[in-house]
Write a new protein. Sequence first.
Length: 281
Amino acid sequence: MNEEPLVSIIIVNWNGKALILECLSSLHKLSYARVQIILVDNGSTDGSVEAVEQSFPEVNVLRMNKNLGFAGGTNEGLREALRRQAEFVLLLNNDTVVDEHCLKHLVSRIRSEERIGIVAPKIYYHSTPDTIWYAGGNISMWKGVMSHTGIREKDHGQHDALRDTDFATGCCMLASAEVVRRIGFLDESYKMYSEDADWCMRARKAGDRVVYEPKAVLWHKVSSSAGGNLSWFKLRHKLVSNMRFFARHAAWYHWFVFPWLSLAINSGLLVTHAAGCVRRD
């Protein structure tokens, strides 16, 4: 391993001026030097683009004339990254604060073995910095649900083992450009949520490993663009995207069970939220 490979960091923004400025400030401190930041702005009207261009002129801003959503905006960034000959792409939410060594650990892990195509970091809640939000992703094809390992747990080192994971979250994941070329872009039919799990599932079906790297860490302001932690808006869109994902990837024998369990579990969340009794994630 000689020169550091070029990494394109792709961030989608929509009216998140304060969020994106703090995120970019953290990226400015990265110990990994060979990066290019691509900000896809989904038609913001809050002065986000002007503020970024003034404070971070090195950022490559792609101005969209409308809100393309996460998948659509990310795909525009991926096209630009491939055009710029990036060897790896980092998908990153605008509502994150990244540890200075995060990218260095992710790149080191993805280069450690040829079969590794996607790497995910450990992610904490920004509001409670020692509490885990993501330490790996789990998919139950029988139940028709997806979940995060370690969610809401105080970090005592219990999830510090490197391991394969069912999916990496779109909040932050590093993928090789080769994987992007092989499996294609994110599926824009997912209007919100599950497009990351779908992308990882397609990579795994193509023979790539999806790996959780606990040495790489960042902090996430959970669901800042979706109306809060477990908003009605978020739960409704999660249910629709969840059903789309399992309808696409479940085997024929899963169909005898998962539609009913998934509907029951997710509908239960909607009911408890409406009653004001839901636990916040």
